[in-house]
Design a protein around this ligand. Structure first.
Ligand code: FAD
Ligand code: PYC
Length: 416
């Protein structure tokens, strides 16, 4: 595997990238591995990376039905923040945020982490109260996050409409100075390259069609490239989770719905913070290319089709236009959707299951890009040691039987 240094970069630039090596191998499945991870999204790839790096478990296959990063990891609006309400969430999102801060160096791959600051606007009295509560909770947990006034919002965001008489006035915002974005594909590619370099096989165009369980223990998966044996299998398939868990006879408290996003034509720099406007159901940032990246709430019905409905899209743009009138003058270039996996308490499931050797990492819903490094780190530890990592423990599937919810329906920020 080619390793890159400043000299290889210079040589490749000088010879028009002839001989530029592949960033990861195109692996074909072996008959057996110690661990099979189903799904080469950010969470699956990060898990493989940390299994190899932290636990020296390198007999690992990541099996992907399409191309790596082609699911929600490559479809999201890349917002990174850790301003959640509950301590359990703060622990995992803060771990992820901390790892993001050093991830380009860790992976020797530029993930374009941009902690440019993030605001959650408060546009009702109720939202102002609940975000103030978040700010206090965040401070108690050591997360840098505070309330700012309408005047401070306007100063940081000149394009925002603060005129009197609007339907949803801006009353303040929850501000996380080191919230921001990262390049989503780069996160997947960086973890893929790091895992591959440590011996992990990433097998693309290989759909899992069955999960083999005997006497309560998983022993293999059936795929479009044949049967692959393993005593540990991890399902990390986001919106497709219930399709996979059905194969092992498990019922999951997950609903799958479409979440859409869109980008405008590129314009001059007008916005250098990330804004979430949760009351009106929209969020907006500006990409390095100049496009406004826009998203909103989920579609109103369950489906697996990876296509969003027009009414949800129309609602998002209509809602944001009052707060950001500039949008009304922009052409929208393209739209897309991902299928997100929603739990009832809007928190993830990182867990062992009733089938020995079978693990699940899902339920990140509309907000799992920001958690990829932390999730991969604790899930790898859970799989390696066959017991929940302390940070993962509150997110075990048992909480739905015991009523131990980690309620993040407000901090999730996206309307469902
Ligand atoms: P995915 O990246 O979806 O990976 C799962 C993989 O499993 C896929 O590649 C899929 O092809 C594969 N797979 C499925 N079935 C099979 C099978 N049978 N066999 C083999 N492989 C299979 N989160 C944030 O934190 N910030 C945001 O700003 C944000 N914005 C979003 C905007 C949109 C429009 C969407 C859709 C999501 C957004 N999210 C955001 C959520 C975030 O994208 C997801 O939570 C996260 O990417 C999930 O990663 P994953 O690795 O679990 O899943
Ligand atoms: O989880 O922060 C988030 C988010 C923003 C947009 C979609 N998800």
């Amino acid at each position: 595997m080619q390793r890159y240094s400043i000299f290889t970069l210079a040589r490749n630039a000088a010879n028009y990238h002839k001989g530029w090596g592949r960033a990861w191998r195109s692996a074909e499945p072996r008959a057996q591995y110690d661990v099979i991870i189903i799904g080469a999204g950010g969470h699956g790839l990060a898990t493989a990376y940390y299994l190899a790096k932290e636990h020296n478990i390198t007999s690992v296959a990541v099996v992907e039905k399409g191309w790596l990063g082609g699911g929600n990891t490559g479809r999201n609006t890349t917002i990174i923040r850790s301003n959640y309400l509950q301590d359990e969430s703060a622990a995992i999102y803060q771990l992820a945020h901390r790892l993001y801060e050093g991830l380009s160096q860790e992976l020797n791959f530029n993930i374009m982490f941009s902690p440019r600051g993030l605001m959650m606007l408060c546009q009702t009295e109720h939202e102002l109260r609940s975000m103030t509560r978040n700010a206090h909770a965040n401070r108690l947990f050591g997360i840098e996050s505070r309330m700012i006034s309408p005047k401070q919002v306007k100063k940081k965001v000149p394009i925002i409409n603060m005129s009197a008489g609007v339907r949803y006035p801006v009353l303040g915002a929850l501000y996380q100075p080191r919230g921001g974005t990262a390049r989503h594909d780069a996160v997947a590619w960086g973890y893929a390259r790091g895992a591959d370099m440590r011996g992990v096989d990433i097998i693309q165009n290989c759909e899992v069609t069955g999960i083999s369980v005997a006497r309560g223990r998983v022993n293999a998966v059936e795929t479009t490239k044949g049967r692959i044996r393993a005593s540990k299998v991890a399902i990390v398939t986001a919106g497709n989770t219930t399709r996979l868990t059905d194969m092992a006879g498990l019922r999951m408290p997950i609903e799958s719905v479409a979440l859409q996003a869109l980008v405008s034509e590129p314009i001059k720099p007008v916005l250098d913070v990330v804004i979430m406007a949760n009351t009106v159901h929209g969020y907006i940032s500006q990409s390095d290319k100049g496009e406004l990246v826009i998203g909103g709430g989920t579609d109103d019905y369950n489906n697996y089709s990876q296509r969003g409905s027009f009414p949800a899209l129309q609602h998002t743009v209509t809602a944001l236009v009052e707060t950001f009138p500039i949008i009304s003058r922009l052409k929208m270039l393209r739209q897309w959707a991902g299928i997100v996996d929603m739990t009832g308490d809007r928190s993830p499931i990182i867990s062992k299951t009733d089938v020995a050797g079978l693990f699940v990492n899902c339920g990140w819903g509309t907000g799992g890009f920001k958690s990829i490094p932390g999730s991969g780190f604790v899930f790898a530890d859970t799989i390696a040691n066959d017991r929940p990592h302390p940070i993962a423990e509150p997110f075990s599937i048992d909480r739905f039987l015991e009523g131990r919810f980690v309620d993040e329906s407000v901090a999730a920020g996206v309307a469902h």
